[in-house]
Design a protein around this ligand. Structure first.
Ligand code: AMP
Length: 220
C-alpha cells in the first residue's frame, strides 16, 4: 500500500515518513527534499527554486512534476510514500496519469491534521541534520536531540530550514489552505482518504497510521 501524505506545513509528514521508512521499509519521496537537493547543488536552476521556496510559494507544477516522475520511475516497484506531492488539484490529476502510466493502483491518502498555532511552533522549533536529514524539534520534548545542535543518529550538525521563519511560514500555511486543502475532497470522493489527528504527538500519530495500514491490508 503506497501512501500519499496531505498536510499543512510542519504537521509531521517528514517525521512519520522517516518512521515508516525505518520500520516498514517504505521509500520516502519528499518533493521538498528533491528541491532542497537541487538548491544545494548551487546551480542556476537551484537559485531559481530557492527564490520561490524562501517566499513560501509553490514551485511550478512543470518543474516539480518532472522531478517527481523521474524518481517514481526509479522506485515504482517498491512501496513508497509521497510527502509533499500532490500539492494542488492539477498535480493530483497529473499524479493519476503518472500512476496509470507506471501501473501503480494501490495507494492511500492520509491527511495529517494540525492547527495553525501548533504548526507554527513546530516549524519555528524544527532543526534538521545537514548530513542525514533527520528532523528534531527544540520546543517539543519527545522530538529534542539528546545533545543540542547534534544529530543523535550520525552526529551531524542540526540547522533550521531557511523557510521555517514566521513570515514564510504564514505564507506557506495560507498557500496550503488555498490550494492544497481542496485535495481532501478530491481523495474523499475517490474513497481514498483517511484522517489522523497529530495533536497527541509523533508516537500516537504513528500508531494511528499503522492501524490504518493494517486495516487496509485486511481489506485487500
Ligand atoms: P516541504 O518540504 O514539503 O515543506 O516543501 C518546501 C517547499 O518546497 C514548499 O513550500 C514549496 O515551495 C516547495 N514544494 C514542495 N513540494 C511542492 C509541490 N508538490 N509543488 C510545488 N512546490 C512544492
Amino acid at each position: 500500500m503506497n501512501i500519499i501524505f496531505i498536510a499543512p506545513p510542519a504537521a509531521g509528514k517528514g517525521t512519520q515518513s522517516a518512521l515508516l521508512e525505518g520500520n516498514e521499509g517504505y521509500i520516502h519521496l519528499s518533493t521538498g527534499d528533491l528541491l532542497r537537493a537541487e538548491i544545494k547543488k548551487g546551480t542556476e536552476f537551484g537559485t531559481e527554486i530557492n527564490n520561490i521556496i524562501s517566499k513560501g510559494e509553490l514551485v511550478s507544477d512543470e518543474i516539480i512534476t518532472k522531478l517527481l516522475k523521474n524518481e517514481l520511475e526509479r522506485i515504482k516497484d517498491q512501496k513508497f510514500i509521497l510527502d509533499g506531492y500532490p500539492r494542488n488539484l492539477n498535480q493530483a490529476e497529473t499524479l493519476n496519469q503518472i500512476f496509470a502510466e507506471l501501473g501503480i493502483d494501490n495507494y492511500q491518502a492520509i491527511y495529517l491534521t494540525i492547527d495553525e498555532e501548533t504548526a507554527m511552533k513546530r516549524a519555528l522549533g524544527r532543526v534538521v541534520c545537514s548530513n542525514c536529514g533527520a528532523t528534531y524539534n527544540k520546543y517539543f520534548q519527545e522530538m529534542m536531540p539528546k545533545q543540542e545542535g547534534i544529530c543523535d543518529k550520525c552526529h551531524g550538525n542540526l540547522t533550521a530550514r531557511a523557510d521555517d521563519n514566521e513570515e514564510t511560514f504564514k505564507t506557506r500555511f495560507k498557500t496550503y489552505l488555498d490550494v492544497t486543502n481542496p485535495l481532501l475532497d478530491y481523495y474523499k470522493e475517490k474513497g481514498k482518504l483517511e484522517v489522523v489527528d497529530t495533536a497527541k504527538g509523533p508516537e500516537n500519530t504513528y500508531a494511528c497510521i499503522e492501524e490504518i495500514l493494517r486495516s487496509k491490508d485486511v481489506d485487500n
